[in-house]
Write a new protein. Sequence first.
Lengths: 112, 113
Amino acid sequence: DTAVSQTPKYLVTQMGNDKSIKCEQNLGHDTMYWYKQDSKKFLKIMFSYNNKELIINETVPNRFSPKSPDKAHLNLHINSLELGDSAVYFCASSRGGWDEQFFGPGTRLTVL
Amino acid sequence: AQSVTQLDSQVPVFEEAPVELRCNYSSSVSVYLFWYVQYPNQGLQLLLKYLSGSTLVKGINGFEAEFNKSQTSFHLRKPSVHISDTAEYFCAVGRGGADGLTFGKGTHLIIQP
């Protein structure tokens, strides 16, 4: 069973479109995250949620809106996509506290 | 705020040779430390973590790391690498709770036959 899953794995779209990436974890964790990995492989936290409540919102454009319908899911919706949004987006989850984070396989977003 | 510096962007090493990947961090508060590995086109997998206690931490696949508080370092080592160790290695720090991790820029380990 996959612990943290993301769909889709690849997403190719045109500038200006709106798209969503879904994330699900079956680990029973309370905390979920979204990270962005750029073309130079640099990873940066975007959002974290604890028990469906937004905890961290790093300096991310408000075109990005996370939504957590329940503790096991954290989706990322992106409006008006721009070329600079092209990246790999990783979802992660943890029990919080001092526990490690478990990462999904990533979604490679390409904006043309 | 915290930051992580991985001093080498790329480390080539011959198969069966030892390797050390360097990581230094800075933080105004206590942090906990991780090494993650990313194989091509995959997500991140935890190699090992330091929370407290013994400064020498053993992880999966024969890797270990040593926490040095005075030098604010957490270098990763393996006594003998295999071709399958070719990957990107990330050092990260966290403050706990629901905080995200702060990652270094990664070190690409290249194993030469």
